[in-house]
Design a protein around this ligand. Structure first.
Ligand code: RFL
Length: 381
């Protein structure tokens, strides 16, 4: 046997799981396709919900986050005529986000996992996983474990070994996801609803800001040189009216097709999925990394009970524990998609859906009950 627990993938799910298992003295090995440098520089998420911060703080994984993370509690919705702010930290359950770029978190988690005596094999590609045999093939080598945690993300192989019914939706919306070397332009998270499409603004650090622009499906990011990006953001965010954007060099531009995937089970024999391997959620409500951390914590507790006490009750009900939370996050994310987008064109149906979107936005502006619903779901899972 090569390890008690073999983990595929050194993203947030695999690394949090690995750290929690090491804290309980469980021997585990992480197999990661990319180099350490690559995963430590991969910018993605940034908004950590209260539960994620609790998981990290409660397990001694929050030093960097508590030192360099920023509290975030307000978002603003704007159109070209008006803007309203929601101080979600004062609504709903009163919880806030902590902004801490995912690549910083991954860097911290790798260092801590190694310090706890864990082993990571970088540049090691898993090509097949068996939940019934509890084996993994990586770089032509057969590895055995008591349990396997499939944390290899959206494009990994683990989930292919779980025979499940898959429910998916292509939202038929694409975003150009942009990282700019520029300070945030607003103190709030900004959602701009515009005839030309959605635009978003999210702080990352004092010198880097994430923006999103809705673009047609199949768009080539190369068609978006810096100046075109800033000009389009200027128009959609009505910056002439609400305040100029702080411009800077664009350091990353990539297309994200908004899609969702849920499976009817996320386990098979000795194999358990967590994070983007278990479910895919569109980034509209910033839930992906937070679901990954929630699942990693549940799975760690279940694996510890099984390995230390031979009690597999929690492992047996792992899918049943996670799936209702996954569905709730999906539902809210879907609600956000409908709040931020409407189909293009001026046909009867497009205008009808735009009318619904405007009504939804207006309800959020004026209804305290609606604001509380938003706040509770925006920060919670
Ligand atoms: P990851 O982070 O994708 O890690 C999986 C790891 O597995 C490795 N791997 C393999 N290793 C070995 N063999 C194989 N065959 C392998 N195949 C893959 C990969 O190299 C990788 O290192 O999955 P994990 O751990 O489940 O974490 C999920 C999160 O990364 C993801 O949900 C979020 O980044 C989503 N997301 C956001 N989530 C939030 O909660 N808040 C946000 O603000 C937020 N913003 C975002 C986002 C995702 C984005 N993109 C790129 C889709 C913004 C963007 C632009």
């Amino acid at each position: 046997i090569d390890a008690d627990v073999l983990i595929t993938g050194a993203g947030p799910a695999g690394l949090v799981l690995g750290n929690l298992l090491r804290a309980a003295g469980i021997d585990c090995l992480i197999l990661e396709r990319q180099s350490r440098e690559h995963v430590e520089n991969r910018a993605r998420a940034g908004f950590l919900a209260a539960n994620s911060v609790r998981v990290l703080t409660g397990n001694g994984l929050a030093d960097g986050l508590l030192r360099d993370g920023a509290r975030h509690d307000t978002c603003a919705f704007r159109t070209d005529q008006a803007e309203f702010e929601l101080k979600y930290g004062e609504l709903g359950t009163g919880e806030v986000h902590t902004v801490y770029p995912q690549q910083f978190l991954v860097t911290d988690l790798i260092a801590e996992f190694l310090a706890r005596g864990g082993e990571i094999r970088f540049e090691t590609e898993v090509t097949s996983v068996s939940g019934t045999e509890a084996t993994v093939i990586a770089d032509d080598l057969l590895l055995r474990a008591e349990y396997i945690a499939g944390c290899d993300g959206q494009h990994g192989v683990s989930r292919q070994s779980v025979p499940a019914r898959i429910f998916r939706r292509d939202h038929e919306i694409s975003w150009l996801a942009i990282l700019a070397e520029a300070p945030p332009s607003m103190s709030a998270i900004g959602y701009a609803i515009h005839e030309r499409g959605f635009a978003g603004h999210m702080a990352r650090t004092s010198t880097v800001t994430r923006y999103y622009l809705e673009v047609p499906r199949g768009e080539d990011p190369a068609a978006w040189p810096d100046e075109r990006i800033w000009d389009e953001l200027h128009v959609r965010m009505a910056a002439g009216y609400h305040g100029e954007l702080k411009r800077g060099p664009i350091i990353e531009r990539r297309i994200v097709d908004l899609g969702s995937r849920v499976m009817d089970t996320i386990q098979r024999g000795k194999l358990f999925l967590a994070g983007d391997a278990a479910s895919l959620i569109s980034p509209s409500a910033a839930k992906g990394a937070n679901l990954a951390l929630m699942e990693a914590e549940i799975l760690a507790g279940a694996l510890v009970a099984a390995l230390e006490k031979g009690d597999t009750t929690a492992l047996d009900r792992y899918s049943a524990d996670c799936l209702p939370r996954i569905w709730r996050a999906q539902e809210f994310s879907h609600w956000m998609i409908n709040l931020l987008h409407s189909p293009p064109g001026y046909g009867d149906e497009a205008l009808f859906l735009r009318g619904l979107r405007d009504a939804r936005l207006e309800s959020l502006r004026v209804s305290r009950a609606h604001q509380n619903f938003f706040a509770e779901n925006y920060v919670g899972i």
